[in-house]
Design a protein around this ligand. Structure first.
Ligand SMILES: Cc1cc2nc3c(=O)[nH]c(=O)nc-3n(C[C@H](O)[C@H](O)[C@H](O)COP(=O)(O)OP(=O)(O)OC[C@H]3O[C@@H](n4cnc5c(N)ncnc54)[C@H](O)[C@@H]3O)c2cc1C
Length: 513
């Protein structure tokens, strides 16, 4: 049978959680381009945020999220997130996610820009892995079909209504078509655009490109979060050193050993990610070093090895004992705040097309995501997609949002002449140099021109890597053009030529094909 009520693309927390909910409502197929556990979710360390602590409340969680979002959060969406989060945690516990406990209660930790300890974690710093393993076991136990090594390459749409999806068998190269009533994109982020990133190989912006090509609205693409502290060791792929390490007392020092964060932010080492990432880059420049250091040697070895067993072990495997030596770190691309625009029911402006997880933009994160809000956003809004489709509500209505918007422009730019098609490496270098933590008009224009030319010179994709390269080039174009258009600095988007925030820009940039 090639027709399903629900086809879900992706097998991270978004895809698997959706699948478990959807099987109650009809036939389900999960399609994923790698193996079931290839995803960003598996790498999530810090945890998942919900106001379940004694000194916490949804109102406080709301306030912290809005402050981090720097004027661009959709307040209605944030209200839904914080109010529905505790109930979703109870459901994850029921599904078997083994959250860590302390004295018989769920243990909560503090992360940057949260005003109280609010982060649930599992296996110390292996929260994502535990969630992924628990959900994939449940999916297998429920006998939900999962098509692995299968990449979605084209959404089939007639009269602005989804009909199905074309899928590439990554082993044989053959194509197959599947029909569905509801198509749910749960394809994750696009961190692989950047030379230094914390993401898994799968994060190539596929969902953005697929949705954009069928007329879905894409919003907030200029807001890409750079994590301040990725392990920076020669020859080692950047590996995330969780925010929770600073939450537990880690201190950032420059190459000369000076603790610099109090000079940049009142919160010191617990400053928001964008402030910390920029401060680190300034200090790297000042000291002529390509890294700073995260010092945890003053914490007890017991705390380090039990709270951060995964980080401790990874560093040790690479010759670094973090109970004794400071951790060399530098910023790296981490999380895509923008994405496929949805309303609070996960609906896009294309009938039957839904998006959830990092590929979606529900409006919860605004210009900057509050740490550990992303996995919670996934479960809250996936549940709402299910409620919407289960009720049989009209899915054809356009995403009704109260967000103030302007139209994004993908200008043709200088595409005359030909340019050699890019490699992954040249694309990642271009993006890191020009679309990174600190941006300026010249670099953005250069990147936008190059990306426009590359988009025209790329041959038609035939296999998974060539589809991914095409998708990253288009995603990169959307980021470059949005970043060029937004002449201000806000949240994760920092323009050296427009370093201030502007009230005129308290609105969103939306692209449609
Ligand atoms: C190192 C790291 C640490 C993090 N820590 C935290 C944290 O502590 N707390 C938190 O809340 N968030 C954290 N995040 C962010 C969070 O993990 C992600 O935003 C979240 O897991 C995204 O889930 P997802 O299901 O949307 O995407 P993913 O988990 O990335 O899954 C995407 C899926 O889509 C599939 N896919 C993509 N394109 C296609 C295609 N064309 N066809 C078929 N399949 C496709 C992929 O193979 C994959 O299975 C972290 C992220 C990273 C990288």
């Amino acid at each position: 049978m090639n027709r399903y009520d629900y086809i879900i693309i992706g097998s991270g927390i978004a895809g698997l959680y959706m699948a478990l909910l959807a099987r109650e409502q009809g036939s389900v197929l999960v399609i994923t381009k790698g193996s079931i556990e290839d995803c960003n979710t598996r790498h999530a360390q810090g945890g998942i945020a919900a106001a379940i602590g004694r000194d916490d409340s949804p109102d406080l969680h709301f306030k912290d999220t809005i402050e981090a979002g720097d004027g661009l959060c959709d307040e209605a969406a944030v209200r839904i997130l914080v109010d529905e989060a505790p109930a979703r945690i109870a459901e994850l516990v029921n599904l078997g996610v083994p959250f860590d406990t302390l004295n018989g209660r769920i243990a909560l930790t503090l992360e940057a820009a949260h005003s109280v300890p609010r982060i649930l974690h599992a296996g110390g710093d292996a929260t994502g892995e535990h969630i992924e393993v628990t959900l994939s076991r449940r999916v297998r136990a429920a006998r939900i079909p999962v098509l692995e090594d299968s990449q979605a390459t084209e959404i089939l749409v007639e009269k602005n209504t989804v009909k199905g999806i074309k899928v590439l068998d990554c082993h044989t190269g053959s194509m197959e078509t599947f029909e569905c009533r509801n198509l749910i994109l749960a394809t994750g982020g696009a961190g692989q655009l950047f030379k230094f990133n914390t993401n898994s190989d799968i994060a190539t912006g596929d969902g953005i490109a697929l949705a954009f090509k069928v007329g879905a609205e894409i919003i907030d693409m200029e807001f890409f979060q750079f994590h301040p502290t990725a392990l920076h060791l020669p020859g080692v792929t950047p590996f995330l050193i969780s925010e929770a390490v600073r939450g537990e007392g880690g201190i950032l020092r420059n190459a000369e050993g000076h603790p610099f964060m109090p000079e940049y932010a009142p919160q010191g080492d617990l400053a928001p990610r964008d402030v910390a990432a920029r401060s680190i880059l300034y200090e790297m420049k000042k000291t002529g070093s390509d890294r700073v250091f995260l010092d945890v040697a003053h914490l007890s070895p017991y705390v380090i090895t039990t709270r951060f067993p995964h980080i401790y072990r990874f560093c040790l495997d690479h010759g670094l004992d973090i109970t004794k030596e400071p951790v060399p770190v530098a910023p790296a691309a981490h999380y895509m705040m923008g994405g496929i625009k949805t309303n609070s029911w996960g609906e896009t402006n294309v009938s039957g097309l839904f998006a959830t997880g990092e590929t979606a933009c529900t409006g919860v994160h605004g210009a900057n995501r509050l740490a550990s809000n992303s996995m919670m956003e996934v479960v809250v809004f996936s549940k709402r997609i299910m409620e919407r489709t289960a009720r049989g509500a009209e899915t054809g209505s356009s995403a009704a949002s109260k967000r103030q918007e302007v139209k994004g422009k993908l200008s043709e730019r200088r595409v005359a002449g030909s340019s050699p098609a890019p490699s992954f490496t040249s694309l990642q270098q271009l993006a890191w140099n020009n679309l990174g933590v600190i941006r300026g008009r010249d670099g953005l224009s250069r990147a936008a021109d190059a990306l426009a030319m590359w988009q025209h010179s790329l041959p038609s994709p035939t296999d998974r890597p060539s589809h991914e390269l095409n998708n990253l080039v288009l995603t990169g174009r959307l980021i470059a053009e949005a970043a060029l258009q937004r002449e201000e600095s806000r949240g994760a988007h920092f323009r050296s030529d427009f370093p201030e925030k502007s009230t005129e820009w308290q609105r969103h940039i939306v692209f449609t094909a």
